[in-house]
Write a protein that binds this ligand. Structure first.
Ligand code: HGY
Ligand code: MN
Ligand code: MN
Length: 411
């Protein structure tokens, strides 16, 4: 099997085709979880799984599985490949989709080559990895791994007021399988790096050995609406200025951190949101990350102290609500070594690295040995339509995935 390769044209063609589905009137890719746009991608993927002759299963949180098993190996725990096909708003076409389609491609190529795995091979597309509409992110894989109660997840209310369980029913993906109905023997996720490291160092393959901690919060600051023209500055309780101080605090503190802390305020809304009214309310989200749990907790504690002081000094009230909190995760050293072996055998440069982004692998690692493979992102850009990886890197990563999957399924 060592010289087996994927069908490069089929993989690249599918990535482009899936990337064309779920675009809005401005042409932006907006396949946010459990939306009509997400359904377009889901339906296309299911058709490809069926064309490949895989058994298609959907669980109750809408995770989609394509299963290749036979009578001889059906009793064995499967090797699982996968990622997600939901996207952020105005997304690139590779984030998540590449890992799902490369997983399908690896299985389809092994099947066509007459490979006889000792274990079933499964490709998974997990629901709501991005967490843009429903929090937390990586929700489908978290529920699958038993880290979040199913009913609680199905009751999640989105940023648009929709309820996840109702949306999954509406788009036809409220499946019948219980989450966790498959217990993987191992899980491998191929993903574009979404960062600058591989490209900057001229390295083809990332063997991802760990993934940083994530802390998501929603902050609500309440001040007092008043006239923008008549209210002296010293009399104001301006929720907008208070929010700006928090954003500045986070950026300065993360930039000054001795560890690779990152902090992002990606959404913000004012009320009543009028040009000549001092904002009475500011609602915004904070995405705080660090590879080291102790440092992440220190950042969270410093933020909480800042918010308390701000409330007193600015005459506002501050509420903080946790939306997601995941500790850093270490991946399986054995699988990381298989990835390195595969890159070496293929004559590809490879380095071990940490994932800055969250991924389904961090959740599946709770129930099975897991690891990730990265390929370079041009300019380190992602969550942006300019996201791009050259075809030869996409194909190289898929061939490494195929080789690792074959090794893991051989016995
Ligand atoms: O937030 C993340 O890191 C991932 O894209 N959901
Ligand atoms: Mn992703
Ligand atoms: Mn993403």
């Amino acid at each position: 099997m060592s010289n087996l390769t994927v069908d490069a044209d089929r993989l690249l063609r599918r990535i482009e085709e899936l990337g064309s589905l779920g675009r809005d009137a401005q042409g932006r890719l907006v396949r946010v979880a459990a939306s009509d746009m997400d359904k377009l991608g889901r339906d296309r993927l299911v058709a490809w799984l069926e064309e490949a002759g895989l058994e298609v299963a959907v669980d109750r949180i809408g995770n989609i599985f394509g299963i290749w098993r036979d009578d001889a190996n059906a009793g064995e725990a499967p090797v699982m490949l996968g990622s997600h096909i939901d996207t952020v708003i105005d997304a690139g076409i590779y984030d998540g989709c590449y890992g799902v389609l490369a997983g399908l491609e690896a299985i389809e190529s092994l099947k066509e080559a007459g490979f006889a795995p000792a274990r079933p091979l499964v490709v998974a597309a997990f629901t709501n990895e991005e967490g843009v509409r429903f929090s937390p992110d990586m929700m489908g894989s978290l529920v699958f791994a038993g880290g979040r109660d199913l009913e609680e997840a199905l009751a999640s209310v989105g940023t648009d007021g929709a309820v996840l369980g109702k949306e999954l029913e509406r788009i036809g993906y409220a499946g019948r399988h219980a989450p966790g109905f498959l217990k993987p023997h191992a899980y491998v996720e191929l993903h574009v790096e979404q960062g600058p490291v591989l490209e900057r160092e001229g390295i083809a393959i990332g063997a991802v050995e760990n993934l940083q901690g994530i802390s998501w919060q929603r902050i609500t600051i309440d001040g007092e609406a008043n006239h923008a023209g008549t209210t002296p500055m010293r009399m104001r309780r301006d929720a907008g200025v208070a929010a700006a101080r928090v954003i500045g605090f986070l950026a300065d503190r993360a930039s000054a951190s001795p560890t690779p802390t990152v902090a992002t305020v990606g959404t913000i809304a004012f009320e009543p949101n009028a040009i000549n009214v001092i904002p009475s309310r500011a609602t915004f989200t904070i995405d705080l990350r660090d590879p080291n749990e102790t440092h992440l907790r220190e950042q969270e504690a410093a933020l909480a102290a800042f918010l308390d002081n701000l409330a007193a000094s600015a005459g506002v009230t501050v509420q903080a609500e946790s939306l997601a909190r995941f500790e850093p995760v270490s991946f399986d050293a054995g699988i990381v070594s298989l990835i390195e072996d595969g890159a070496r055998a293929a004559g590809l440069s490879c380095r071990r690295m940490t994932s800055g982004a969250g991924h389904d692998a961090q959740m599946i690692a709770r129930i099975a040995p897991s690891a990730m493979i990265f390929v370079p992102s041009r300019g380190g850009i992602s969550h942006n339509p300019a996201e791009f990886t050259v075809p030869e890197d996409l194909v190289a990563g898929a061939n490494i995935l195929l080789g690792v999957a074959a090794r893991l399924a051989a016995d």
